[in-house]
Design a protein around this ligand. Structure first.
Ligand code: NDP
Length: 288
């Protein structure tokens, strides 16, 4: 007979967001827990902006192991935490909290997920690369900072609204070793000669507007360029299809989504994430 009493207690993680009902991260994290035989649960938790502090108190009270943050909480969560990773501090945004010895530590895995996907899915090392980002929002900020820290030699930020683009360029130039410049994105953007990577980090192409493509001169896309998209659903976006038709290699946003989730999984559980299982689970949801 087994002397150890059974435990019906699960380790809890999840995501705070508003809205959050359609956030699909639960599908890949739960699939990963099952694949690794972990008694962990991931919950989508709807938290209104004015109730974020109460939700964080609840997280502590429930002895949760961590939480993801999505719209509109990635910046608002910061004063409620006990510590920040250096990258999250640099970006000023948190998407993953890990509870370490009762302390809430804020991290940001979005940009790390992109770098991981670039390395593992596209087989490309960021070191020494010249990179162009379309967009300067939260995703672009996380991606550009991580690419800079991973050794990208030059980063161009092309954005419609100058203030946001200029503030990201200032951050990159002042706080990271890369050289960054801003381009005001008006009309069709022409990819500069010598660029190695072009990444759409805008919300253009997001479901249901899946036919939308960033305004760029497609003739400036060369076969030497790796073209990436942050939009994960559907993964083969109209933008990536157009880039492939001009001879470029492509990297989809599903790899980044899996990558950022895999890094959070590892931070929470201490176990290496089964990325294939996670990607398959999301592909099933996205019909990709
Ligand atoms: P933000 O709202 O913070 O930023 C949006 C960016 O897109 C801004 O730079 C904005 O420019 C630009 N933009 C939007 N519409 C247009 C347009 N019509 N023309 C030119 N520029 C435009 O969003 P996030 O950065 O948080 O998210 C961006 C996308 O990335 C979302 O679709 C999100 O789903 C996706 N994402 C994917 C992840 C993944 O793992 N695959 C992870 C995180 C995000 P402006 O400043 O001028 O308004």
């Amino acid at each position: 007979m087994n002397d150890t009493p059974p435990s019906y207690l699960s380790d809890l993680v999840g995501v705070f967001g508003y809205p959050v009902a359609e956030n699909p991260t639960i599908v890949m994290q739960e699939a990963a827990f099952r694949a690794k035989g972990l008694n962990w649960r991931y919950l989508n938790i709807e938290v209104r902006p004015e109730q974020l502090a109460d939700a964080v108190a609840g997280l502590r009270a429930f002895n949760m192991r961590g939480i993801n943050l999505t719209i509109p909480h990635k910046i608002a969560i910061i004063p409620l935490l006990d510590a920040l990773s250096p990258e999250a501090e640099l970006m000023g945004a948190v998407n993953t909290v890990v509870v370490e010895h009762g302390k809430l530590v804020g991290n940001n895995t979005d940009g790390k997920g992109f770098v991981q996907s670039l390395r593992e899915d596209a087989g490309m090392d960021p070191a020494g690369k010249r990179v162009v980002f379309l967009g300067a929002g939260g995703a672009a900020r996380a991606m550009a900072v991580e690419m800079a820290l991973a050794g990208a030699s030059h980063i161009t930020i092309a954005n419609r609204t100058p203030e946001r683009g200029l503030s990201l360029v200032e951050l990159l130039n002042e706080k990271t070793p890369t050289q960054a410049e801003f381009e005001h994105w008006q009309g069709d953007y022409s990819v500069p000669d010598g660029a190695d990577i072009l990444a759409n980090a805008t919300s253009i192409g997001l479901f249901p507007d899946v036919e939308a493509i960033p305004a760029i001169d497609l003739n400036s896309i060369s076969p030497e360029l790796l073209v990436c998209d942050v939009i994960p659903n559907p993964p083969h976006t109209a933008f990536l299809q157009a880039a492939a038709a001009h001879g470029a290699r492509t990297l989809d946003g599903l790899g980044m989504l899996v990558g950022q989730g895999a890094i959070a999984f590892r931070m929470w559980t201490g176990v290496d994430a089964p990325t294939d299982v996670m990607r398959e689970a999301l592909e099933e949801v996205f019909g990709g």
